[in-house]
Write a protein that binds this ligand. Structure first.
Ligand code: F0G
Length: 470
């Protein structure tokens, strides 16, 4: 029995648990490895968990992207794939689900989130324009930069502090944003790039109050407000549980209200939508939609499939309906909070409050003796793998990349290792095993040294960079 569980009758009294709103119909065996096998595997992978083979991984917390378990309904939907080149029935199902739950009238499918990021960046950014946002995301910022934009972080200061307990650390600092608009001129702002549950900040949500004020500010200067809706269902759940006035609203109602303050959204369906591939881009303006339809046929596919198979659009349409059910999202975020609480109880440094999709270990406090340019988060991910075969991801200096102007490393304030929880895949017992491994690595922290980078790709370097221990 793991150390956190209730131990006495007294502690049990009055306790009423809830459980996931599903049962398991099919299982996928996973492979356990020896320490010697893991030492070989991580060395071959250049100490980069992205370069491990998944068969060498025990519990895979690399990402929640495309790693969800689909329901029996979604699998049944796969059989209804209409693989017509044009006008597939599944496209119309998907369009209808997006209109109903996100409220945008016009949509093009894309192969995944970054396909949509590419299209929106190409459509809206003119060279030299600014794109303010609530902390960067790797692919989002790169597409903005490739389109000639300059990303500016306008998230509230608390977001950069892993210990600040603000309940909506994903909020935009409206003063920072207005200062930027006044300094550069509204015509030099391409759009405001707002993300729900901000990934790089630790899965931190944006409040409804913040998006309402943001809408007013954008209206004042006639600037478009676009949403990265990738994990907006999780964001809606945090609004329901932490923002005044929303406790009695459903997650679906909150999601629709939040989106109503924005002019459009891009989506990596691989997260909230409970599917393994796919994305979309949706807007309210017909003229902009026209431009996006022209672009999608060049880069993704015809505007009624945009890089997705008919069956995948069907699974996504069904996944959207499942994802907004209150019982589902409570269990999904509940599992993340469960793991987070274990680590908090054991005094392990993590980003707080715990976010919606992952636990972020604070590598600065984990390894205070390792300099940031000796890649402490990268090393922490490697150590977790060595200890137990758990795969996590660096979200620190390697992910931040180099400044395109100076060519120097960007030094982000947050130096994190992410334990990302796939949806409907692992059990509470897996979470116990994960927590115990983190504790073991934490107890051995003073013996651990940093890394040096021996191969550096030019773009999104974290995916393929290679390291050696110092
Ligand atoms: N926006 C956010 C907030 C994301 O987290 C991601 C992907 C994307 C956009 C891009 O979507 O992968 O479908 O092209 N995040 C993954 C992750 C890769 O592991 O966090 P994509």
């Amino acid at each position: 029995m793991s150390p956190h569980r209730f131990k006495t009758m007294g502690e049990q009294a009055g306790r009423r648990s809830w459980a996931e709103p599903w049962k398991i119909k099919m299982v996928e065996p996973i492979h356990m490895t020896s320490r010697a096998e893991r030492e070989k595997a991580i060395a071959e992978a250049g100490y980069n968990t992205f370069l491990l083979r998944s068969e060498d991984v025990y519990i895979d917390l690399l990402t929640d992207s495309g790693t969800s378990a689909m329901s029996d309904r979604q699998w049944a939907g796969m059989m209804l794939g209409d693989e017509a080149y044009a006008g597939s029935v599944n496209f119309y199902h998907l369009e209808q689900a997006i209109q109903q739950y996100y409220g945008y009238p016009y949509m093009v499918p894309t192969h995944q989130g970054r396909g949509a990021e590419h299209l929106i960046s190409q459509a809206l950014i003119k060279k030299g324009q600014y794109v303010p946002g609530n902390m960067y995301f790797t692919t989002t910022r790169l597409h903005q930069e490739l389109a000639g934009g300059i990303f500016v972080d306008v998230i509230i200061e608390e977001a950069h502090d892993p210990e600040a307990l603000h309940p909506f650390k994903g909020n935009i600092d409206l003063n920072k944003l207005e200062d930027l608009i006044k300094k550069q001129g509204a015509e030099n702002i391409a759009y405001v790039s707002l993300a729900g549950t901000v990934n790089m900040a630790g899965g931190q949500p944006v409040s409804m109050a913040n998006v309402k004020e943001l809408r007013q500010l954008c209206d004042k200067y006639s600037i478009l407000l676009l949403l990265d809706a990738t994990r907006m269902v999780e964001n809606a759940y945090f609004i329901q549980t932490s923002e005044e006035g929303y406790a009695d609203k459903t997650v679906a109602e909150i999601l629709l209200e939040f989106c109503s303050y924005t002019d459009g959204a891009w989506m990596s369906g691989k997260k909230d939508h409970l599917v393994n591939i796919g994305g979309w881009l949706a807007v309210r303006d017909e003229g902009l939609f026209d431009e996006l339809r022209n672009l999608v046929v060049v880069y993704e596919g015809l505007h009624t499939y945009g890089g997705m198979a008919g069956r995948d659009m069907e699974a996504m349409a069904i996944g959207i309906r499942e994802s907004v059910q209150d019982d589902h999202i409570r269990a999904r975020v509940g599992q993340v909070l469960y793991l987070g609480q274990l680590l908090i109880d054991w005094d392990i440094p993590i980003v707080r409050p715990v976010g919606g999709h992952a636990i972020f270990l604070d590598a600065r406090r984990f390894y205070p003796h390792i300099q940031q340019d000796e890649f402490p988060s990268q090393m922490l991910a490697a150590q977790l793998y060595l200890d137990s075969g758990i795969r996590s991801m660096e979200r620190g200096i390697v992910s931040a990349g180099r400044d395109p102007k100076t060519g120097q490393h960007r030094y982000p304030k947050l130096e994190l290792t992410r334990l990302t929880i796939p949806r409907r895949v692992y059990t509470e017992a897996h979470m116990d095993v994960v927590a115990e491994s983190v504790l073991e690595v934490y107890q051995n922290r003073t013996k651990t040294k940093g890394l040096k980078m021996v191969y550096e790709p030019t773009r999104l370097r974290f995916f393929q960079a290679r390291f050696e221990p110092l």
